[in-house]
Design a binder for this molecule. Structure first.
Ligand SMILES: [Zn+2]
Length: 352
């Protein structure tokens, strides 16, 4: 199903490119700017089974995007400046803003050198438990378990199932099934219980994943000192905020912010909602982020920034640089806004 969805999106992006429709759509849907969303930036690993590949782009693809933006004369600005331009209604120049979620070490090792080539600022949204070394990146734990297992036993909806994971194709099918099941569980503790059990059965050290991939506070300190970088909050535990009580959800926002400010000795005024889609961030979370004093908060809802986004500063959409579509021909489609406009049924703002 996921493959089918990917193929449809790829065909749609391709159709937009080859028809030239993105040029016609640009004046209407390009908006005033875009906030790009990235996760990992690192060289291609070449493995056949990479179910989280949509969450990583290569340094070369990032460089291609920056080159493309510069060639269009688009300003590359920080989240602070996005906020500034929105509240001052300063839309004389189109802008792009780069945001990298979670706090991965490869952002320092591979993204930062490329961003420096273009003197381009960016924001890293840090999950405080990841920096603490105690976070649980369950989607990567799931990948790790499936990568090394030949078959997996699980109890899905009260029914014991045995999933074949002996080939890359079978691994992908099993990953999709388990991933959808886990994300559909009622609480984050349910996901962690099931993943914990899977890791234990298959000898995967789940705790090591966080320390291996994410920057510690000690690493974040010098990183955050770079004048190109600003640090935002991405919750304490990377939970689905919409599924928490109001009290817990606001704590996740406020405490992660306080921890980052304490550790890095700098103000944190921007937030990214974990997962950030409609089932993880809605009107209640937008209100809580505002109440917590964040200047902006970004979702993973796809969309460009329009002047009217200024009325919804804690519900800003982003444009994903998706690792499954690292084709330079897609770049003008992404910056035209045509792809996200199609996705949104041609609504400009989606904050409900
Ligand atoms: Zn995240």
């Amino acid at each position: 199903m996921k493959q089918f969805r990917n193929n449809v999106i790829r065909a749609g992006l391709g159709a937009l490119y080859f028809s030239g429709a993105h040029y016609l759509l640009r004046p209407i849907f390009a908006g005033v700017g875009a906030i790009f969303m990235l996760h990992h930036v690192r060289p291609n690993r070449g493995a056949e089974f990479q179910p989280n590949r949509h969450l990583e782009v290569t340094p070369e693809f990032l460089r291609a995007m920056l080159t493309h933006l510069r060639s269009l004369g688009i300003d590359i600005i920080s989240m602070d400046e996005v906020h500034q331009r929105l509240i001052e209604r300063d839309f004389s120049r189109r802008f792009a803003c780069f945001s990298l979620d979670d706090g991965y070490r490869d952002n320092r090792d591979f993204a930062l050198p490329v961003m420096r080539e273009f003197a381009a600022p960016f924001t890293m949204f840090v999950t405080s438990d990841f920096a603490e070394g105690t976070g649980r990146l369950w989607w990567i734990a799931l990948e790790t378990v499936i990568a090394q297992a030949c078959s997996i036993e699980a109890e899905i909806g009260g029914v014991a199932v045995r999933l074949d994971t002996s080939t890359p194709a079978a691994k992908q099918v099993a990953f999709d099934r388990l991933h959808d099941w886990l994300r559909g569980l009622p609480g984050d503790h349910d996901i962690h219980r099931e993943i914990g059990a899977l890791c234990a059965r298959h000898g995967v050290d789940e705790a090591a994943i966080c320390r291996e991939l994410c920057m510690s506070w000690d690493e974040l300190k010098p990183f955050a000192d770079d004048h190109l970088i600003s640090i935002g909050a991405h919750s304490i535990t990377h939970c689905n905020l919409a599924r928490q009580t109001e009290e817990v959800a606001s704590q996740e926002m406020a405490v992660s912010r306080a921890r980052i400010e304490g550790a890095l000795q700098r103000p944190v005024v921007h937030l990214a909602y974990p997962y950030g889609d409609k089932i993880a961030a809605g009107p209640r979370e937008f209100m809580l982020a505002r109440a917590a004093g964040f200047k902006t908060a970004v979702t993973t809802r796809p969309g460009m920034i329009f002047p009217e986004s200024a009325e919804h500063l804690t519900a800003l959409p982003r444009v994903s640089l998706n690792g499954n579509y690292q084709d330079v021909r897609i770049l003008p489609v992404l910056t035209s806004g045509a792809a996200t406009a199609m996705w949104n049924g041609f609504r400009r703002v989606d904050a409900a």
